[in-house]
Design a protein around this ligand. Structure first.
Ligand code: NAD
Length: 402
Protein backbone atom coordinates (compact mmCIF):
# COMPACT_ATOMS: atom_id res chain seq x y z
CA UNK A 1 0.00 0.00 0.00
CA UNK A 2 1.24 3.45 -0.85
CA UNK A 3 2.26 5.36 2.26
CA UNK A 4 0.82 8.84 2.67
CA UNK A 5 2.91 11.73 3.92
CA UNK A 6 0.57 13.39 6.45
CA UNK A 7 2.15 16.78 5.76
CA UNK A 8 0.94 16.63 2.16
CA UNK A 9 -2.70 15.74 2.84
CA UNK A 10 -5.22 18.31 1.55
CA UNK A 11 -6.43 19.07 5.06
CA UNK A 12 -2.89 19.80 6.27
CA UNK A 13 -2.10 21.77 3.14
CA UNK A 14 -5.12 24.00 3.59
CA UNK A 15 -4.26 24.41 7.28
CA UNK A 16 -0.73 25.41 6.29
CA UNK A 17 -2.12 27.92 3.83
CA UNK A 18 -4.47 29.18 6.51
CA UNK A 19 -1.61 29.75 8.97
CA UNK A 20 0.58 31.30 6.31
CA UNK A 21 -2.15 33.80 5.51
CA UNK A 22 -2.57 34.51 9.18
CA UNK A 23 1.18 35.04 9.47
CA UNK A 24 1.06 37.55 6.63
CA UNK A 25 -1.76 39.21 8.47
CA UNK A 26 0.49 39.70 11.46
CA UNK A 27 3.31 41.12 9.40
CA UNK A 28 4.97 37.72 9.04
CA UNK A 29 5.70 37.42 12.72
CA UNK A 30 6.60 33.75 12.86
CA UNK A 31 8.03 33.96 16.30
CA UNK A 32 10.31 30.95 16.67
CA UNK A 33 10.00 27.86 18.78
CA UNK A 34 11.05 26.93 22.26
CA UNK A 35 13.99 24.71 23.14
CA UNK A 36 11.38 22.62 24.93
CA UNK A 37 9.76 21.74 21.62
CA UNK A 38 6.42 23.51 21.41
CA UNK A 39 3.94 21.08 19.84
CA UNK A 40 2.42 23.96 17.91
CA UNK A 41 3.63 27.41 17.02
CA UNK A 42 2.08 30.53 18.43
CA UNK A 43 0.26 31.19 15.15
CA UNK A 44 -1.09 27.67 14.98
CA UNK A 45 -2.46 28.12 18.46
CA UNK A 46 -3.98 31.49 17.63
CA UNK A 47 -5.04 31.36 13.98
CA UNK A 48 -7.41 33.93 12.55
CA UNK A 49 -10.94 32.78 11.74
CA UNK A 50 -12.29 32.65 8.17
CA UNK A 51 -14.04 36.03 8.37
CA UNK A 52 -10.72 37.64 9.31
CA UNK A 53 -8.94 36.03 6.39
CA UNK A 54 -11.68 37.34 4.11
CA UNK A 55 -11.35 40.82 5.65
CA UNK A 56 -7.58 40.65 5.10
CA UNK A 57 -8.08 39.71 1.46
CA UNK A 58 -10.50 42.61 0.98
CA UNK A 59 -8.37 45.05 2.99
CA UNK A 60 -11.37 45.72 5.24
CA UNK A 61 -10.67 46.78 8.84
CA UNK A 62 -12.85 47.33 11.91
CA UNK A 63 -12.87 50.89 13.25
CA UNK A 64 -11.56 51.51 16.77
CA UNK A 65 -12.28 54.65 18.80
CA UNK A 66 -9.91 55.47 21.67
CA UNK A 67 -11.54 57.04 24.74
CA UNK A 68 -8.98 59.10 26.66
CA UNK A 69 -5.90 60.31 24.80
CA UNK A 70 -3.37 60.09 27.61
CA UNK A 71 0.03 58.43 27.76
CA UNK A 72 -0.99 54.90 26.88
CA UNK A 73 -3.24 55.91 23.98
CA UNK A 74 -0.72 58.30 22.47
CA UNK A 75 2.45 56.33 23.24
CA UNK A 76 1.31 52.79 22.50
CA UNK A 77 -2.21 52.24 21.21
CA UNK A 78 -2.37 54.81 18.41
CA UNK A 79 1.05 53.76 17.00
CA UNK A 80 0.04 50.08 17.28
CA UNK A 81 -3.17 50.84 15.39
CA UNK A 82 -0.96 51.83 12.44
CA UNK A 83 0.33 48.24 12.41
CA UNK A 84 -2.87 46.29 13.01
CA UNK A 85 -4.27 44.23 10.12
CA UNK A 86 -7.86 43.69 11.22
CA UNK A 87 -8.62 47.06 12.82
CA UNK A 88 -7.65 50.71 12.46
CA UNK A 89 -7.83 53.95 14.40
CA UNK A 90 -11.11 55.50 13.26
CA UNK A 91 -12.29 57.72 16.11
CA UNK A 92 -11.31 59.59 19.26
CA UNK A 93 -13.02 60.75 22.44
CA UNK A 94 -11.30 63.55 24.33
CA UNK A 95 -12.18 66.47 26.60
CA UNK A 96 -9.35 68.61 25.19
CA UNK A 97 -10.16 70.41 21.90
CA UNK A 98 -6.44 71.01 21.16
CA UNK A 99 -5.76 67.27 21.33
CA UNK A 100 -8.73 66.54 19.08
CA UNK A 101 -7.34 68.83 16.38
CA UNK A 102 -3.82 67.43 16.68
CA UNK A 103 -5.00 63.80 16.48
CA UNK A 104 -7.29 64.56 13.52
CA UNK A 105 -4.32 65.89 11.62
CA UNK A 106 -1.81 63.28 12.73
CA UNK A 107 -4.02 60.25 12.13
CA UNK A 108 -6.47 61.51 9.53
CA UNK A 109 -9.48 61.15 11.83
CA UNK A 110 -12.75 62.60 10.56
CA UNK A 111 -14.41 65.41 12.49
CA UNK A 112 -17.61 63.32 12.54
CA UNK A 113 -15.69 60.59 14.41
CA UNK A 114 -14.37 62.98 17.05
CA UNK A 115 -16.30 63.21 20.33
CA UNK A 116 -16.01 64.74 23.75
CA UNK A 117 -17.34 63.16 26.93
CA UNK A 118 -20.74 64.87 26.52
CA UNK A 119 -21.30 63.97 22.87
CA UNK A 120 -19.84 60.47 23.32
CA UNK A 121 -23.21 58.64 23.21
CA UNK A 122 -23.75 59.83 19.61
CA UNK A 123 -21.15 57.25 18.66
CA UNK A 124 -24.18 54.92 18.41
CA UNK A 125 -24.97 56.55 15.04
CA UNK A 126 -21.45 56.16 13.65
CA UNK A 127 -21.09 53.06 11.44
CA UNK A 128 -17.32 53.67 11.12
CA UNK A 129 -16.78 52.71 14.76
CA UNK A 130 -17.06 49.03 15.65
CA UNK A 131 -14.93 48.89 18.81
CA UNK A 132 -14.61 51.43 21.62
CA UNK A 133 -11.36 51.19 23.62
CA UNK A 134 -11.63 52.74 27.10
CA UNK A 135 -8.25 54.13 28.23
CA UNK A 136 -9.32 56.35 31.13
CA UNK A 137 -8.37 56.38 34.84
CA UNK A 138 -9.57 53.15 36.44
CA UNK A 139 -12.64 54.43 38.25
CA UNK A 140 -14.07 55.82 34.98
CA UNK A 141 -13.84 52.50 33.11
CA UNK A 142 -17.29 51.31 34.19
CA UNK A 143 -19.24 54.40 33.09
CA UNK A 144 -17.69 54.61 29.61
CA UNK A 145 -17.74 50.87 29.02
CA UNK A 146 -21.44 50.70 29.85
CA UNK A 147 -22.24 53.74 27.70
CA UNK A 148 -20.29 52.29 24.76
CA UNK A 149 -22.07 48.95 25.06
CA UNK A 150 -25.41 50.74 25.25
CA UNK A 151 -24.41 52.53 22.05
CA UNK A 152 -24.12 49.10 20.43
CA UNK A 153 -20.32 48.94 20.24
CA UNK A 154 -17.92 46.17 21.25
CA UNK A 155 -15.57 47.29 24.02
CA UNK A 156 -11.97 46.78 25.07
CA UNK A 157 -11.50 48.18 28.57
CA UNK A 158 -8.10 48.84 30.08
CA UNK A 159 -6.85 47.11 33.22
CA UNK A 160 -7.82 46.98 35.99
CA UNK A 161 -11.33 46.53 34.64
CA UNK A 162 -12.90 48.43 37.57
CA UNK A 163 -12.26 49.54 41.12
CA UNK A 164 -15.21 47.63 42.62
CA UNK A 165 -16.79 44.22 42.07
CA UNK A 166 -20.18 45.88 41.59
CA UNK A 167 -18.83 48.01 38.71
CA UNK A 168 -17.23 44.97 37.05
CA UNK A 169 -20.50 43.07 37.34
CA UNK A 170 -22.56 45.85 35.79
CA UNK A 171 -20.10 46.09 32.90
CA UNK A 172 -20.53 42.36 32.20
CA UNK A 173 -24.32 42.68 32.52
CA UNK A 174 -24.30 45.57 30.02
CA UNK A 175 -22.29 43.48 27.57
CA UNK A 176 -24.71 40.57 27.89
CA UNK A 177 -27.73 42.84 27.47
CA UNK A 178 -26.28 44.53 24.39
CA UNK A 179 -25.05 41.27 22.89
CA UNK A 180 -21.65 42.93 22.31
CA UNK A 181 -18.20 41.71 23.27
CA UNK A 182 -16.31 42.99 26.27
CA UNK A 183 -12.56 42.30 26.51
CA UNK A 184 -9.92 43.60 28.94
CA UNK A 185 -6.71 45.22 27.62
CA UNK A 186 -4.53 42.32 28.85
CA UNK A 187 -1.92 42.61 26.09
CA UNK A 188 0.29 39.79 27.39
CA UNK A 189 -2.29 37.11 26.57
CA UNK A 190 -1.42 37.80 22.91
CA UNK A 191 2.34 37.83 23.53
CA UNK A 192 4.27 34.70 22.50
CA UNK A 193 6.69 34.53 25.49
CA UNK A 194 3.76 34.66 27.86
CA UNK A 195 1.87 32.05 25.87
CA UNK A 196 4.94 29.86 26.20
CA UNK A 197 4.89 30.37 30.00
CA UNK A 198 1.25 29.25 29.91
CA UNK A 199 2.11 26.17 27.86
CA UNK A 200 5.09 25.14 29.99
CA UNK A 201 3.16 25.64 33.21
CA UNK A 202 -0.31 24.43 32.29
CA UNK A 203 0.92 21.36 30.40
CA UNK A 204 3.49 20.61 33.10
CA UNK A 205 6.26 20.25 30.51
CA UNK A 206 8.86 20.39 33.33
CA UNK A 207 6.58 18.75 35.85
CA UNK A 208 4.04 20.45 38.13
CA UNK A 209 4.81 24.08 39.01
CA UNK A 210 5.68 24.32 42.72
CA UNK A 211 6.51 27.99 43.07
CA UNK A 212 6.11 31.16 41.03
CA UNK A 213 8.02 34.40 41.63
CA UNK A 214 6.86 37.67 40.11
CA UNK A 215 7.70 41.32 40.60
CA UNK A 216 6.77 44.50 38.79
CA UNK A 217 7.32 48.00 40.11
CA UNK A 218 8.96 51.36 39.45
CA UNK A 219 9.63 54.67 41.17
CA UNK A 220 6.51 56.71 40.50
CA UNK A 221 7.22 60.40 39.78
CA UNK A 222 3.60 61.61 39.98
CA UNK A 223 3.38 62.34 36.24
CA UNK A 224 -0.20 61.02 36.32
CA UNK A 225 -1.54 62.15 39.73
CA UNK A 226 -4.79 60.15 39.41
CA UNK A 227 -2.70 56.99 40.05
CA UNK A 228 -2.26 57.97 43.71
CA UNK A 229 -5.79 59.41 44.05
CA UNK A 230 -7.74 56.52 45.58
CA UNK A 231 -11.09 57.60 44.19
CA UNK A 232 -9.82 57.51 40.59
CA UNK A 233 -7.35 54.62 40.83
CA UNK A 234 -8.94 52.30 43.39
CA UNK A 235 -5.45 51.71 44.84
CA UNK A 236 -1.76 52.14 44.17
CA UNK A 237 0.82 49.96 42.43
CA UNK A 238 -1.14 46.75 43.06
CA UNK A 239 -3.95 47.94 40.77
CA UNK A 240 -1.51 49.29 38.18
CA UNK A 241 1.59 47.04 38.12
CA UNK A 242 0.90 44.21 40.55
CA UNK A 243 -2.01 43.05 38.41
CA UNK A 244 0.56 41.72 35.88
CA UNK A 245 2.20 39.53 38.55
CA UNK A 246 -1.22 38.26 39.59
CA UNK A 247 -2.18 37.50 36.01
CA UNK A 248 1.20 35.88 35.25
CA UNK A 249 0.91 33.60 38.27
CA UNK A 250 -2.60 32.43 37.33
CA UNK A 251 -1.93 31.73 33.67
CA UNK A 252 1.40 30.04 34.35
CA UNK A 253 -0.06 27.82 37.07
CA UNK A 254 -3.33 27.41 35.17
CA UNK A 255 -5.32 27.70 38.38
CA UNK A 256 -7.14 30.27 40.47
CA UNK A 257 -5.69 30.41 44.01
CA UNK A 258 -7.67 29.28 47.06
CA UNK A 259 -6.25 31.87 49.48
CA UNK A 260 -3.93 34.85 49.78
CA UNK A 261 -1.73 36.50 52.42
CA UNK A 262 -0.20 40.00 52.01
CA UNK A 263 1.84 42.75 53.66
CA UNK A 264 2.16 46.43 52.74
CA UNK A 265 5.74 47.72 52.44
CA UNK A 266 6.75 50.81 54.49
CA UNK A 267 5.81 54.19 52.95
CA UNK A 268 8.68 56.58 52.17
CA UNK A 269 8.57 60.07 53.68
CA UNK A 270 6.42 62.80 52.07
CA UNK A 271 2.73 62.70 51.30
CA UNK A 272 2.73 61.10 47.82
CA UNK A 273 1.27 57.90 49.24
CA UNK A 274 -1.23 59.37 51.66
CA UNK A 275 -4.18 57.68 49.91
CA UNK A 276 -2.69 54.50 48.42
CA UNK A 277 -0.06 51.89 49.30
CA UNK A 278 3.57 52.47 48.26
CA UNK A 279 4.06 48.75 47.75
CA UNK A 280 2.80 45.33 48.69
CA UNK A 281 4.24 41.80 48.91
CA UNK A 282 1.74 38.97 48.66
CA UNK A 283 1.49 35.23 48.32
CA UNK A 284 -1.13 33.28 46.40
CA UNK A 285 -1.79 29.76 47.65
CA UNK A 286 -3.06 27.13 45.22
CA UNK A 287 -5.09 24.01 46.05
CA UNK A 288 -2.14 21.64 45.44
CA UNK A 289 0.08 23.43 47.99
CA UNK A 290 2.08 25.40 45.40
CA UNK A 291 2.47 29.15 45.88
CA UNK A 292 3.17 32.38 43.99
CA UNK A 293 5.27 35.03 45.77
CA UNK A 294 4.66 38.43 44.20
CA UNK A 295 5.84 41.99 44.80
CA UNK A 296 4.90 45.40 43.47
CA UNK A 297 5.88 48.96 44.29
CA UNK A 298 5.72 52.62 43.30
CA UNK A 299 8.85 53.28 45.39
CA UNK A 300 11.31 50.77 43.94
CA UNK A 301 12.46 49.91 40.43
CA UNK A 302 11.95 46.16 40.22
CA UNK A 303 13.31 43.53 37.84
CA UNK A 304 10.00 42.83 36.07
CA UNK A 305 10.33 39.07 36.39
CA UNK A 306 8.04 36.09 36.01
CA UNK A 307 9.66 32.80 37.08
CA UNK A 308 8.22 29.34 37.58
CA UNK A 309 9.99 26.57 39.48
CA UNK A 310 8.66 23.14 38.59
CA UNK A 311 9.57 19.67 39.84
CA UNK A 312 11.97 19.00 36.91
CA UNK A 313 13.31 22.48 36.05
CA UNK A 314 12.51 26.16 35.84
CA UNK A 315 11.39 28.71 33.23
CA UNK A 316 11.28 32.48 33.40
CA UNK A 317 10.89 35.79 31.64
CA UNK A 318 13.03 38.87 32.25
CA UNK A 319 11.62 42.31 31.41
CA UNK A 320 8.53 40.17 31.59
CA UNK A 321 5.87 42.85 31.74
CA UNK A 322 7.31 45.59 29.50
CA UNK A 323 6.11 46.51 26.02
CA UNK A 324 9.03 44.69 24.39
CA UNK A 325 12.50 43.30 24.96
CA UNK A 326 11.20 40.24 26.79
CA UNK A 327 13.76 37.46 27.22
CA UNK A 328 12.76 33.90 28.03
CA UNK A 329 15.00 31.24 29.56
CA UNK A 330 14.48 27.75 30.90
CA UNK A 331 16.62 25.24 32.80
CA UNK A 332 17.06 23.51 29.41
CA UNK A 333 18.17 26.66 27.51
CA UNK A 334 16.82 29.86 25.96
CA UNK A 335 13.27 30.20 24.66
CA UNK A 336 14.32 31.66 21.29
CA UNK A 337 11.08 33.55 20.75
CA UNK A 338 10.81 36.92 18.99
CA UNK A 339 9.14 39.97 20.43
CA UNK A 340 6.06 41.29 18.63
CA UNK A 341 4.10 44.53 18.82
CA UNK A 342 2.00 43.47 21.79
CA UNK A 343 -0.78 46.01 21.44
CA UNK A 344 -1.19 45.33 17.71
CA UNK A 345 -1.42 41.58 18.38
CA UNK A 346 -3.87 42.19 21.23
CA UNK A 347 -6.19 44.45 19.22
CA UNK A 348 -6.09 42.17 16.18
CA UNK A 349 -6.98 39.22 18.43
CA UNK A 350 -9.99 41.10 19.70
CA UNK A 351 -11.00 42.16 16.18
CA UNK A 352 -10.70 38.51 15.12
CA UNK A 353 -13.13 37.58 17.91
CA UNK A 354 -15.58 40.25 16.78
CA UNK A 355 -15.35 39.29 13.11
CA UNK A 356 -15.78 35.57 13.76
CA UNK A 357 -18.01 35.83 16.83
CA UNK A 358 -15.43 33.94 18.90
CA UNK A 359 -14.96 34.15 22.65
CA UNK A 360 -12.09 36.41 23.68
CA UNK A 361 -9.29 34.96 25.84
CA UNK A 362 -9.56 38.03 28.06
CA UNK A 363 -13.29 38.45 28.74
CA UNK A 364 -14.97 40.76 31.24
CA UNK A 365 -15.33 37.75 33.55
CA UNK A 366 -11.52 37.52 33.75
CA UNK A 367 -11.42 41.23 34.61
CA UNK A 368 -13.96 40.56 37.37
CA UNK A 369 -11.89 37.63 38.66
CA UNK A 370 -8.86 39.91 38.94
CA UNK A 371 -10.78 42.71 40.68
CA UNK A 372 -11.98 40.12 43.22
CA UNK A 373 -8.41 38.91 43.76
CA UNK A 374 -6.90 42.41 43.98
CA UNK A 375 -9.46 43.36 46.63
CA UNK A 376 -8.72 40.09 48.50
CA UNK A 377 -5.00 40.99 48.51
CA UNK A 378 -5.84 44.42 49.98
CA UNK A 379 -8.04 42.75 52.61
CA UNK A 380 -5.23 40.36 53.53
CA UNK A 381 -2.71 43.23 53.85
CA UNK A 382 -5.11 45.35 55.90
CA UNK A 383 -6.07 42.57 58.33
CA UNK A 384 -2.85 40.57 58.42
CA UNK A 385 -5.06 37.49 57.97
CA UNK A 386 -5.12 34.80 55.30
CA UNK A 387 -8.10 35.56 53.02
CA UNK A 388 -9.99 32.80 51.24
CA UNK A 389 -10.39 33.27 47.48
CA UNK A 390 -12.44 30.12 46.93
CA UNK A 391 -15.45 32.14 45.74
CA UNK A 392 -13.47 34.02 43.10
CA UNK A 393 -14.64 33.50 39.53
CA UNK A 394 -12.90 30.48 37.99
CA UNK A 395 -11.90 31.91 34.62
CA UNK A 396 -8.62 30.96 32.93
CA UNK A 397 -6.89 31.39 29.58
CA UNK A 398 -6.08 27.82 28.58
CA UNK A 399 -3.28 27.23 26.08
CA UNK A 400 -4.20 25.35 22.96
CA UNK A 401 -7.72 26.76 22.83
CA UNK A 402 -7.65 28.32 19.37
P1 NAD B 1 -3.08 59.09 31.53
O1 NAD B 1 -3.30 59.89 32.76
O2 NAD B 1 -1.88 59.36 30.73
O3 NAD B 1 -4.35 59.21 30.57
C1 NAD B 1 -5.67 59.26 31.08
C2 NAD B 1 -6.53 60.08 30.14
O4 NAD B 1 -7.83 60.19 30.72
C3 NAD B 1 -6.01 61.51 29.93
O5 NAD B 1 -6.07 61.83 28.56
C4 NAD B 1 -7.00 62.38 30.71
O6 NAD B 1 -7.18 63.66 30.13
C5 NAD B 1 -8.26 61.55 30.62
N1 NAD B 1 -9.24 61.82 31.69
C6 NAD B 1 -10.56 61.95 31.49
N2 NAD B 1 -11.18 62.24 32.65
C7 NAD B 1 -10.23 62.29 33.59
C8 NAD B 1 -10.25 62.55 34.98
N3 NAD B 1 -11.38 62.77 35.66
N4 NAD B 1 -9.07 62.53 35.65
C9 NAD B 1 -7.91 62.28 35.02
N5 NAD B 1 -7.83 62.02 33.67
C10 NAD B 1 -8.99 62.03 32.98
O7 NAD B 1 -3.13 57.55 31.98
P2 NAD B 1 -2.65 56.28 31.15
O8 NAD B 1 -1.31 55.88 31.60
O9 NAD B 1 -2.89 56.50 29.71
O10 NAD B 1 -3.67 55.17 31.72
C11 NAD B 1 -5.01 55.09 31.30
C12 NAD B 1 -5.54 53.67 31.55
O11 NAD B 1 -4.77 52.76 30.77
C13 NAD B 1 -5.44 53.19 32.98
O12 NAD B 1 -6.56 52.39 33.29
C14 NAD B 1 -4.18 52.33 33.00
O13 NAD B 1 -4.21 51.32 33.98
C15 NAD B 1 -4.21 51.76 31.61
N6 NAD B 1 -2.87 51.42 31.10
C16 NAD B 1 -2.66 50.19 30.62
C17 NAD B 1 -1.43 49.83 30.12
C18 NAD B 1 -1.21 48.48 29.56
O14 NAD B 1 -0.06 48.11 29.29
N7 NAD B 1 -2.26 47.71 29.31
C19 NAD B 1 -0.38 50.76 30.16
C20 NAD B 1 -0.63 52.03 30.66
C21 NAD B 1 -1.88 52.35 31.12
Amino acid sequence: MKSVDPSSSPATASRREFIRTAALGLGATLVGSSVLGAPFSWLEEMPYGPASLEALRQGRKLGVALVGLGKYSSGQLAPALQQTRLCRLAGIVTGTPGKAQQWQQQYGIAAKSTYDYKTFDRIADNPDIDIVYVVLPNALHAEYTVRALQAGKHVICEKPMATTVADAQRMIAASQKAGKKLGIGYRLHSEPHHREMMRLGQQQVLGPVKRILADNGFRFNNDTPWRVDRELSGGGPLMDMGIYCLQGALYTKGQVPVSVTAKFTPKPGGDLFKEVEAGVDWQLQFADGSVADCRTSYAENMQSRLRAEASKGWFELQSAFGYGGIEGRTSQGGMNIRNVNQQAAQMDDFADCVLNNKLTRVPGEMGLRDVQLLLAIYRAAETGQKVSTKDVKDVLDRVGKG
